[in-house]
Ligand binder design. Structure first.
Ligand code: 5GP
Ligand code: ZN
Length: 133
């Protein structure tokens, strides 16, 4: 492989576009290296994706995965605190988007079924869970 496949992936990567601000997202956390935003097809209120800004396909490809998990932990604790839920689930899939991401999901589904919800509702949820000032 000559690297062109990787470059094409980065150019087309929807999460790289979110990092670059080329497409909108409901951000709840951002620092120099990581970003967290609401999943567009949520399975619960506060369903969040935490990503490294650097494009790697798999979580396991990210060199500083310990640091990455510390950020995920901070966000998971925050989502648990704000939602008042004891259970904060998390999973790593990657069936759809080839940019490393970790799902963090506070509480039960409460009727959400991985379907898009109204933008006003998404904005309310973002405002509730944001860690940005
Ligand atoms: P996975 O790759 O983990 O199997 O699924 C990708 C996840 O990213 C899905 O839960 C999907 O709803 C979410 N997703 C896909 N495209 C976008 C997008 O453009 N914006 C946001 N916020 N989430 C997305
Ligand atoms: Zn990417």
């Amino acid at each position: 492989m000559d690297g062109s496949w990787y470059n094409v992936l980065m150019t087309d990567c929807i999460f790289c576009k979110i990092v670059a601000g080329e497409i909108p997202s409901y951000k709840i956390y951002e620092d120099e290296k990581y970003l967290a935003f609401l999943d567009i097809m949520p399975w619960c209120e506060g369903h969040t994706l935490v990503i490294p800004k650097q494009h790697v396909q798999w979580v396991w490809d990210y060199e500083n995965v310990g640091e990455y998990f510390e950020v995920v932990r901070k966000i998971a604790k925050h989502l648990g605190r704000v939602s008042g839920e004891e259970v904060v689930r998390s999973n790593i899939d990657g069936w759809e988007v080839p940019h490393a991401h970790i799902h963090v999901k506070p509480g039960k589904n409460n009727g959400m079924k991985g379907e898009q919800i109204a933008p006003e509702e998404m904005e309310k949820i973002r405002a509730k869970f944001t860690m940005l000032s």
